[in-house]
Design a binder for this molecule. Structure first.
Ligand SMILES: NC(=O)c1ccc[n+]([C@@H]2O[C@H](COP(=O)([O-])OP(=O)(O)OC[C@H]3O[C@@H](n4cnc5c(N)ncnc54)[C@H](O)[C@@H]3O)[C@@H](O)[C@H]2O)c1
Length: 268
């Protein structure tokens, strides 16, 4: 078999990014969607809360997009841990948007249960959403990128909790699931590179969203900031900035890497 490896594959002018976890109003996903639209991407904004993404993106965000840009954002309901749901979501993306070039997996769930508390059912859900969901989304996206013949970008989301074995909120089950996301990403980078597809994983530190049991109080932010050299928690747009680079043409030789976005908490 002869494989033609192109060093740099330019993106088509009309290209789509699929972003999961875009439902939460204060979450990272919505910030990423806004940034990618501003950078010329058509976007499929996906979430298990289908009504939230449908409504928000059909109204507010589409209204912000200049008509002359021709860009389209659609809200897509999907449970990333369910194969049939993933298949249906991709069928919509195929039908309604241009060539898929980027997948940003942000959908995830926390687990504040300690090793002695976590039940078999909770473990399965945490692994299924964070781990299997990442796999199912990558499988479907990679096939489309391969069929498109122009490579692609995959960005997955782990957490510094995977390095620490737990955090101020989430514990063992989440740490294990987010460590699995690192292994999944490295495998994807190794196996899909021949198709010009890059895969990278980000490890956010504490970010000011509602995932840790609700909106963070100033006291909680202060205690979370104690070991962070920048002495503060991060903002969703600071994660979006990193993701925007990782899905861009500029990151064409960056693959298989784990990048912390944690204010310097982990240096390696
Ligand atoms: N915020 C932080 O401090 C932080 C730190 C490290 C890692 N992360 C990770 O970053 C990602 C985004 O975090 P966030 O803070 O924006 O979280 P968030 O809770 O604000 O948003 C997560 C979104 O994922 C969606 N979701 C959950 N299960 C789903 C499923 N099965 N299918 C589809 N969508 C599903 C939720 O509905 C929600 O809209 C998550 O993977 C999270 O684990 C966050």
């Amino acid at each position: 078999m002869t494989i033609e490896i192109k060093t740099i594959q330019p993106f088509p002018a009309q290209r789509t990014a699929l972003v999961t976890g875009a439902g939460a109003p204060r979450g990272i996903g919505r910030r990423v969607v806004r940034k990618l639209v501003a950078e010329g991407w058509h976007v499929a904004a996906a979430d298990i809360d289908g009504a939230a993404v449908e409504e928000f993106f059909a109204t507010e965000l589409n209204a912000e997009i200049p008509a002359e840009s021709g860009l389209k954002v659609i809200g897509v309901g999907v449970d990333i841990s369910d194969q049939a749901s993933v298949d249906a979501a991709f069928a919509r993306v195929d039908a309604e948007l241009p060539q898929l070039v980027a997948l940003v997996n942000l959908a995830g769930i926390p687990s504040p249960h300690s090793i002695l508390e976590i039940t078999s059912e909770i473990w399965d859900r945490v692994m299924n959403v964070n781990g299997k969901g990442t796999l199912l989304m990558m499988q479907a996206a990679a096939q489309r990128m391969i069929d498109g013949g122009i490579g692609g970008r995959i960005v997955n989301t782990s957490s510094i909790t995977a390095l620490d074995g737990g955090g101020t909120f989430s514990k063992t089950g989440y740490a294990a699931a987010k460590a699995a996301v690192q292994g999944l990403t490295r495998g994807a980078a190794r196996e899909l590179g021949v198709h010009g597809i890059t895969a990278n994983v980000i490890l956010p530190g504490p970010i000011d969203t509602d995932i840790m049991g609700g909106t963070l109080t100033d006291d909680r932010k202060d205690s979370m900031s104690a070991n962070i050299p920048l002495h503060r928690v991060g903002q969703p747009e600071e994660v979006a900035g990193l993701i925007s680079f990782l899905v861009s043409e500029d990151s064409s030789f960056v693959s298989g890497t784990s990048i912390n976005v944690d204010g310097g908490k982990h240096m390696h």
